[in-house]
Write a protein that binds this ligand. Sequence first.
Ligand SMILES: C[S@@+](CC[C@H](N)C(=O)[O-])C[C@H]1O[C@@H](n2cnc3c(N)ncnc32)[C@H](O)[C@@H]1O
Length: 382
Amino acid sequence: MDLRPAGVGGEGLQVGAVEESIKGEGGQKKRRQEEDEEETTSTKKQMTDHGVKVATHYNSLQEVGLAVRSRSRIFFMRNFNNWLKSVLIGEILEQVQDAGARQISVLDLGCGKGGDLLKWRRGGISHLVCADIAAVSVEQCQSRYEEMKKKSRINEKIFSAQFITTDCAKEVLSEKLDDPELMFDICSCQFVYHYSFESEQKADMMLRNACERLKPGGFFIGTTPDAFELVKRLEASDCLSFGNEVFKVTFQSKGSYPLFGCQYHFSLEDVVNVPEFLVYFPLLEHMAKRYNMHLVSKQRFSEFFEKKVKNEHHRSLMMKMMALEPFPTEDGGQPASDSSREYNHAKEHYGKAEVKVPLGTLSRSEWEAASIYLVFVFQKKA
Ligand SMILES: C[S@@+](CC[C@H](N)C(=O)[O-])C[C@H]1O[C@@H](n2cnc3c(N)ncnc32)[C@H](O)[C@@H]1O
């Protein structure tokens, strides 16, 4: 199968102009301060209930089985995101093991319903702490873990685990650990960090929780929307929103983007429908230095995909996880979208002598959604 999501290898990113518009012109500190103060007052109201909104939203999401999931319009995109997390987690675990760690402890910050439990099991870790603001999600995560333990092979040692329901952008997590001495090899924060960029205090608390208990040489890894990409698309739109048949992003204004509290509404099929905040990455990188963290890598999903797919092992995992949609569909199956325009990019490649069929692809709309995100890896200085 030839692996080629829509847009991969296409247009380059021009973030320079966008970066300027996020940072503001001329560095007029005083004006910035005044704006920040205004912003703080105007966002105060949102601040009181944003965590509640997020928790309520994620608590209300129904856990659905594979049969329902496979009929979802974004089935392949979700698998693609999951593949990407698997590759990232697998590679970081390998690095930790290569550095000599035998008993690996992990913090899953914003664990949700436990979508990554199997990845931690496969990685042979010893201990996992799962934390999330949404109580129902944490309960489901814990039951999934118990179920996993029950069904494990007799001589397989499953990691021990602790489950914590808390707002990680407000509360100090280390005070809630069963083992007050516990230090982590890895903190994984997948599709979560952007909820904390509501204010400097919240973004910093989330970062503190991610990093303060990391061992020297430990990793803070994650995925989050790329602010440059979001602003680039917003600026290209003739209104305050952009999107397609699977997702929609709506800002409240454009032209100026505060460093914290720059809220937009994100909806994605039946999975996400909640306010989020721009994460201006250079600022996160700067803030992380307070915790002795340095940035190892930051890549857009497209870059990450292009690199990793060259590896045979990652390629075969991609097939196993059905992370791309076969084009044309096999055995009379239905494509994720009925609109043939969604597959124009695949049609262009189909039929070329060097291309193996079926192609592996994502529909254009799914790729436009997935390609908003970036993957980051920070490491604590030894
Ligand atoms: C898109 S889900 C991702 C879940 C999981 N990490 C995954 O990749 O499957 C985002 C999660 O972040 C959690 N979250 C958002 N804000 C949070 C906060 N302040 N503290 C803890 N968890 C938070 C939500 O409750 C939700 O479970």
